[in-house]
Structures are given as structure tokens and as C-alpha cells.
Ligand binder design. Structure first.
Ligand code: BV8
Length: 229
């Protein structure tokens, strides 16, 4: 029985599916209803900011009252109980890891709870609908407020912290992600290259399934507690 010391956990939209939030690439997912180029790129925001405001204001409203599920809770419990290091690198912006009690979190694609001023780069809590009229609380200028999320073509957050965690982990677990989006989809190869054991916990085989040493397929609320408890 291997005793692990340092665990890196990558999570994606599938982890929050059983909390009632849409994933992106499932048949009824977000990208089946929106073209990501219109709502999740800087070009889309420049072209039609009100469409992007509507998209994210609606996602924020959809997320209100949503609760973490048994998989989120199992990961928070693991962090408390595990004698070594656990870090969760999440692609999700829904805040459900924090709501479940996880603390050592890296939000590589940003957070729905925060807004960003594109004019002065100040961050502020996202408490009301974003719009072109909303003035930044720091520079008092309207027109620059956007969700604090990473769009396609933008640099994900904290890549240096993620690289440091991957370079010393001995267990890498990927949960609820289709392995379509980079650089996140490349993390398993980095972990494998330094000799970490790699596990995919997902409803079905992801794009990168062949890169993992171990797979457990099924709903996150079943496979995650069973694997980490
Ligand atoms: C970058 C915003 C440079 C936040 C998102 C051309 C031009 C520019 C860039 C590129 C290019 N070609 C490729 C790229 C890179 C690009 C990319 O990867 N494109 C893909 C489409 C090919 N990436 C980027 O642009 C990234 N930035 O590259 O910067 C750089 C970087 C590093 C070093 C040097 C340079 C930025 C990507 C971030 C984009 N932002 N969203 C938001 O609105 O939420 S994308 C979106 O996809 C979300 O962030 C999401 O998290 C992410 C990944 O999706 P998943 O989480 O995996 O969700 P998905 O629906 O796909 O899958 C769900 C899975 O769960 C499925 O497998 C399903 O089976 C499973 N599941 C479902 N139900 C359950 C379940 N599992 C368990 N239980 C269940 N119940």
C-alpha cells in the first residue's frame, strides 16, 4: 500500500454537475447553447459586451443557492484528515470548493465571486449585475468591469504555483474534466513525468484518459468519496 505525501487534485465542471450546474461540453452543456468565441474571449467582450454581461450575470444567478455535493465535501475532508499536502487546482469558478470547506485552492480560471476592472485591473466582490454603466470601485470609471475569469487566449492564473505543486507531487487526481482545455489538460503528463501516480475520476473516459495510470468512472458523488475516504 503506497503512502502518498503530496496530492494535486485537478477539478472541472463535472465535479459540480450533481450540484445542478451545467458542464460545458456535455450534450446539454454551456457550449451547446453559446459559442465560446462570443462569451469567453476578450474579442467577444470587445465585440458585444452586453452579451458577455448577460451570459455571466445569468451564470452567477444560476449559481446562487447551489450547494456543494458529496464529492466537494469528501475533498474538503481529505484536506483536513490527510497528514501530507493536498492542493486543489480548480478550473471551476463556482465557489463550491470553498463552500464545502476546502482551503488550499488554486482558481486557475478565476472566480465567479469577483469582478475585475479591465481599465485599472482592480478586483472587487461581484455583488450586483455587471454592466457597461457599472463604475469600478477603485478607479470610479464605468465601462471596464468584467468577470474575474480567464477567457480563451488569456493566461490562466497561478501557473507558477501549479508548476511547483506538479513538480513535487506523488499523486495526481483529475476529477470531472473532459481534458479538452489547456494548459490544464497537460497537467497529467507533467505529474506522470515526475513519477506521480495518476488517477482519473470521471463520469466517462476523458480526452486524456490514456494518459492516466488508473481510472474510476462514475458520478463524482459516488467515485470521489469512495476513492478519497
Ligand atoms: C491559454 C472561462 C496561453 C471561465 C474557460 C488558440 C488560441 C488561443 C489559445 C488556444 C488556441 N488553441 C488552443 C488554445 C489553448 C486554449 C485551449 O485549450 N483551447 C481548447 C478549446 C483547444 N486554452 C486557453 O486559451 C487558456 N489559456 O492557453 O493561455 C498560455 C497558457 C499557458 C502557457 C502559455 C500560454 C485559457 C483556457 C480557459 C478558458 N476559460 N471558461 C468560465 O466561464 O467558466 S473554458 C471552460 O473549459 C471552463 O473554464 C472549464 O473549466 C474548462 C474545462 O472544461 P471542463 O471543466 O473539463 O468541463 P467539460 O464540460 O469540458 O467536461 C466535463 C467533464 O465532466 C466531462 O468529461 C464529463 O464526462 C464529466 N462529468 C459530467 N458529469 C459528471 C462528470 N464527471 C463526474 N461526475 C459527474 N456527475
Amino acid at each position: 500500500m503506497t503512502v502518498y505525501q503530496r496530492i494535486v487534485i485537478l477539478t472541472g465542471a463535472g465535479l459540480s454537475a450533481e450540484s445542478g450546474l451545467s458542464t460545458f461540453r456535455d450534450k446539454d452543456g454551456i457550449w451547446a447553447r453559446y459559442d465560446y468565441r462570443d462569451v469567453a474571449t476578450p474579442e467577444g467582450f470587445a465585440r458585444n459586451p452586453s452579451l458577455v454581461y448577460d451570459f455571466y450575470n445569468q451564470r452567477r444567478r444560476d449559481g446562487m443557492g447551489v450547494q456543494p455535493n458529496a464529492a466537494h465535501r469528501a475533498l474538503a475532508k481529505l484536506e483536513d484528515a490527510f497528514p501530507g499536502d493536498v492542493v486543489i487546482v480548480t478550473q471551476n469558478i463556482d465557489g463550491l470548493h470553498e463552500a464545502a470547506g476546502s482551503r488550499n485552492l488554486i482558481h486557475m480560471h478565476g472566480q465567479m465571486a469577483q469582478a475585475l476592472c479591465a481599465l485599472c485591473n482592480a478586483r472587487s466582490p461581484w455583488v450586483e449585475d455587471l454592466s457597461a454603466d457599472l463604475a469600478c470601485s477603485a478607479c470610479a470609471t464605468p465601462g471596464g468591469m468584467r468577470p474575474d475569469v480567464v477567457w480563451f487566449g488569456e493566461m490562466p492564473y497561478d501557473l507558477d504555483r501549479i508548476a511547483a505543486a506538479l513538480s513535487s507531487c506523488d499523486l495526481f487526481i483529475s476529477i470531472g474534466t473532459s481534458g479538452n482545455v489547456y494548459p490544464a489538460a497537460g497537467f497529467v503528463a507533467a505529474a506522470r513525468d515526475i513519477g506521480a501516480h495518476t488517477v482519473e475520476l470521471n463520469l466517462e473516459p476523458s480526452e486524456g484518459a490514456s494518459l492516466f495510470a488508473e481510472h474510476v468512472h462514475g458520478p463524482a458523488t459516488e467515485v470521489v468519496p469512495a476513492y478519497v475516504d
